[in-house]
Design a protein around this ligand. Structure first.
Ligand code: AMP
Length: 142
């Protein structure tokens, strides 16, 4: 299965914020949209990604003053992305090796979706279920 198939099911909506958004506002957005990471976007394109892990690390290091600082101070700027033609299997390897749970999808240089580790696991479980159903039908026929 390809990333494009995953996006067909879940949609292409990506929660984004500009880099000057404060960490306090970011936390509100994470909670409001029930997501674990937000892409930092400017008219020039993707500038970074910030996950709940960055917020926790930042709070541990700097305390509550972090909440009034811009997300640009805690975001990861070297964003790992994938393409709609990549396979879900290759993305799960990438996520495991890089220890990241969110990967923005870029199509022709534009942000066109985001896939989380939850989406990958959901797809793998459904694939395994399909395989099992097929095997059971095959055995029942024999
Ligand atoms: P996550 O596992 O997605 O919560 O993120 C763990 C760490 O990896 C955080 O420091 C994120 O900023 C960073 N991160 C998450 N997704 C990506 C990505 N696609 N590219 C680069 N860094 C990422």
């Amino acid at each position: 299965m390809r990333i494009a198939d995953v996006l067909r099911h879940k949609g292409s909506m990506v929660v984004t914020v500009p880099p000057w958004t404060t960490v306090g506002e970011l936390v509100t957005e994470l909670a409001r949209h029930n997501v674990g990471a937000i892409v930092v976007l400017t008219p020039n394109g993707v500038e970074g990604i910030v996950s709940e892990r960055d917020v926790v690390r930042g709070l541990a290091a700097r305390g509550a003053e972090l909440l009034t600082s811009p997300v640009a101070e805690i975001m990861t700027t070297s964003v790992v992305t994938c393409s709609p033609t990549d396979t879900v299997e290759s993305l799960s390897v990438l996520m495991t090796e890089r220890r990241i749970r969110h990967v923005p999808v870029m199509s022709e240089g534009r942000l066109s979706g985001i896939v989380s580790i939850g989406d990958v696991v959901k797809q793998r479980i459904s694939q395994l279920q399909d395989d099992q159903d097929q095997l059971e039908r095959y055995i029942a026929q024999g």
